[in-house]
Design a protein around this ligand. Structure first.
Ligand code: SF4
Length: 408
């Protein structure tokens, strides 16, 4: 994409130069080589290269990098405003990490407690797993459209992007592509991330049909394991709700997502509101249509999860049948790059289609070789999942900071 200009980054992460010892740990974990400074001198982050992933923050042994976008007090103020409905959308990786902030074992799954604490704080819930299902369906169908066109020779009803298709739900990866591989942007799936789908859905259908409020009376909060989501929410192109309401005679600015809290931020919010998380009554919110989801939605929190979920969908749509064993295990696990292939019979034409997919987590070491292959026109894959953080969002830059992390 000649002449492409990456969007100016909202400054999410900064290094506190008074605390920084210049030990260089952060440089080892920065995927974008955005940290400047000689060994032994205080470092700085160049925001024209930073992807806002927060990996420097969770790995610095001295706590020098800071998350500069703090929405905790603003969200509390909105929760205390009677005329407002505050909706929280909770990513899958938050529910296995927030317990750690309250003395529970790392990895404890506390979904019902988290729902209970959110209810106590005054949130309505739209589980991000619900919109992860929508992302998967849309991404899977987009891929199938390309496969039918390029592999089965079907005419395309509308313009289709090139193969391989890349996943688009990790905002640090999107920022990296914009900065370092702009010519690969047409390969990105056009589908929004689950958080951004949740925002648009809450401010339109949710406001009208579920909570029956005006869009200006709804405040949408993304609750994410990720600092880069703060940048994603600030992108001015996410205006679906405003477009919808403007078409329906309500002129105004309705950002799809108003604020993002990381897992750490949410723990601080609960503490400020004196919510005793460990003893909060569990809540399942069973009558809420926005907390229903499939196992595919849950997989989003791990590396390989998006790919596995999309492959299951592709298999169902192409063959017309369910997988006998509903798992593509080759894309699970923590290997830096994983690949899988699956041959399936197209129910329409009777022809066999073989899908080749790859999954990479960690931009510098693992994704880069796959990107270079695509750039050179030598990629054997149809679909590539890329997540910035090692292991996927469970190890995101907004998760609890464990001092031991800096030692590996
Ligand atoms: Fe955020 Fe997940 Fe991407 Fe990490 S892998 S930057 S947590 S979306």
């Amino acid at each position: 994409m000649k002449g492409f200009q990456a969007r100016e980054l909202v400054r999410v992460i900064e290094i506190d130069r008074k605390i920084c010892k210049g030990c260089d740990f952060c440089k080892a974990f920065c995927p974008a080589e955005a940290i400047d400074g000689k060994y032994g001198t205080a470092h700085t982050i160049d925001k024209t290269r930073c992807v806002a992933c927060g990996q420097c923050l969770v790995h610095c042994p001295f706590g020098a990098p800071r998350d500069m976008v703090d929405g905790v007090d603003k969200v509390i103020e909105k929760l205390e405003t009677k005329q407002l409905t505050v909706v929280g959308t909770i990513a899958p990786a938050v529910r296995v990490a927030i317990g750690e902030e309250f003395g529970m074992e790392p990895g404890s799954l506390v979904t019902a407690k988290l729902y209970g604490a959110l209810k106590q704080a005054g949130f309505k819930i739209l589980d991000t797993n619900f919109t992860a299902d929508q992302t998967i369906l849309e991404e899977g169908l987009e891929l199938i459209g390309k496969i039918r066109h390029y592999a089965l020779g079907e005419p395309a009803g509308q313009p289709v992007g090139p193969l391989p298709q890349f996943t688009s739900c990790c905002p640090a990866w999107i920022r990296y592509a914009e900065l370092y591989y702009p010519e690969l942007i047409p390969h990105l799936s056009s589908v929004k991330s689950p958080m951004m789908i949740a925002g648009a859905l809450a401010k339109t259908y949710g406001a009208k049909e579920v909570w029956q409020v005006q869009p200006e009376e709804l405040f949408m909060v993304g609750i994410m394991p990720c600092t880069a989501k703060k940048f994603e929410a600030s992108r001015p192109e996410f205006t679906s709700a405003a477009a919808y309401w403007n078409r329906h005679g309500k002129a105004g600015r309705y950002p799809d997502v108003d604020a993002v809290l990381t897992t750490r931020d949410l723990a601080r919010l609960f503490k400020k509101l004196s919510i005793d998380f460990a003893n909060v009554p569990e809540f399942t919110d069973q009558d809420n249509p926005f907390v229903q989801y499939s196992g595919a939605g849950v997989l989003f929190g791990n590396t390989g999860g998006v790919m596995e979920a999309a492959l299951r969908t592709a298999y169902f749509v192409i063959t017309g049948g369910e997988l006998a064993v509903p798992e593509f295990k080759q894309v699970r696990g923590l290997a830096g790059v994983k690949e899988a292939g699956a041959t399936m019979k197209d129910a329409k034409t009777g022809r066999d289609v073989t899908l080749k997919v790859a999954v990479a987590h960690g931009l510098k070491e693992n994704a880069k070789p796959l990107l270079e292959q695509v750039r050179a026109g030598r990629s054997p894959y149809h679909f590539i999942e890329i997540m910035n953080c090692p292991g996927g969002c469970v190890n995101g830059g907004g998760q609890p900071v464990n001092p031991m992390d800096s030692l590996w």
